[in-house]
Ligand binder design. Structure first.
Ligand code: ATP
Length: 273
């Protein structure tokens, strides 16, 4: 069932207050549909991410999270529906919409034959930033991401977690208003994850908005004030974390909403050491 995002009335309820001003939502997705051949990956998905919120998108494998986020940021064209970033239509005015967003896509494709420093410089120039601004931000981001030692290493030689971090650095470089991050913590070590979390928390505290997808419920509970649960291509629940979670944990709510499958007795009979 579709549950609209609502504001929380309980200040202790984990969530920061949702913007009370007239700002348009950071992200508004309406009626998104995407079909691949016979398979409908996303069916009538809608979301409202309030300005200033830290929004988690969760769902089982294949639920459609990456497809929805890709349509939201202008990487996959929807069959129907719309995506707006701070009121700017992503598909009608992509240049303006993309200037407002920093994106960490799934399976990030980057110019791999550049070093980390060269990559950030290149992206900064593409974003139209002044050379001294690019140089300063590149230095800061490499330090914060703990990539200083690898700044002269080609991205093709980075580990998975290092690629995630340099990808996040490229998303932050132009100081966007909205970050859309597909599984940003996947394969990132705990020390780097703590640094990333601190960056994102500060970003939101300073007035930014974050949407991230994750399979780690504890992380979503820790970071996010608002959450949406997707299953079979649609949003089945959405709202403040405290409301979606109910009396149990977010993981309990997730399992309740999407179901689970445990191995039956006698399955995999050959798996006996
Ligand atoms: N380019 C594509 N061509 C065909 N099918 C696709 C394509 N991209 C996604 N799909 C299908 O769409 C559905 C949703 O995929 P999607 O990657 O959006 O799910 P997800 O929720 O992000 O999954 P995961 O948690 O495993 O990353 C899946 O059934 C997937 O196989």
């Amino acid at each position: 069932m579709w549950q609209p995002v609502t504001t929380t009335t309980d200040p202790s309820d984990h969530a920061r207050p949702v913007a009370a001003d007239d700002s348009p939502p950071a992200l508004r997705l309406t009626g998104l549909v995407k079909t691949y051949g016979e398979h409908t990956a996303v069916r009538d998905a809608g979301l409202v991410v309030p300005h200033g919120s830290f929004f988690g998108l969760v769902g089982p494998n294949g639920a459609g999270k990456t497809t929805v986020l890709s349509m939201a940021v202008g990487l996959v064209r929807p069959d129907s529906g719309s995506a707006q970033v701070y009121g700017v239509d992503v598909w009608q005015d992509p240049q303006k919409a993309k200037s407002l967003m920093g994106v960490l896509p799934d399976g990030l494709a980057m110019p791999e034959r550049l070093t980390g420093r060269e990559l950030l410089t290149f992206i900064g120039q593409l974003r139209g930033l002044a050379p001294d601004v690019v140089a300063e931000r590149t230095r800061d981001l490499l330090t914060v991401m703990d990539l200083g030692d690898a700044e002269r290493t080609l991205v093709v030689d980075y580990s998975t977690g290092m690629r995630k971090k340099i990808g996040l650095a490229t998303a932050l470089l132009h100081a966007p208003k909205l970050l859309v991050l597909d599984e940003p913590f996947e394969a990132v070590d705990p020390v780097s994850a703590a640094a990333l979390k601190a960056i994102l928390v500060r970003f939101v505290a300073d007035g930014g908005s974050v949407v991230l997808s994750s399979h780690v419920m504890a992380l979503v509970e820790q970071l996010c004030d608002t959450v949406a649960v997707m299953d079979h291509g649609t949003v089945v629940a959405s709202g403040p974390v405290g409301e979606v979670r109910g009396d149990g944990s977010l993981e309990d709510a997730f399992v309740r909403l999407v179901g689970h499958r445990a191995p039956e007795p006698g399955e995999l009979p050959w798996l006996a050491p």
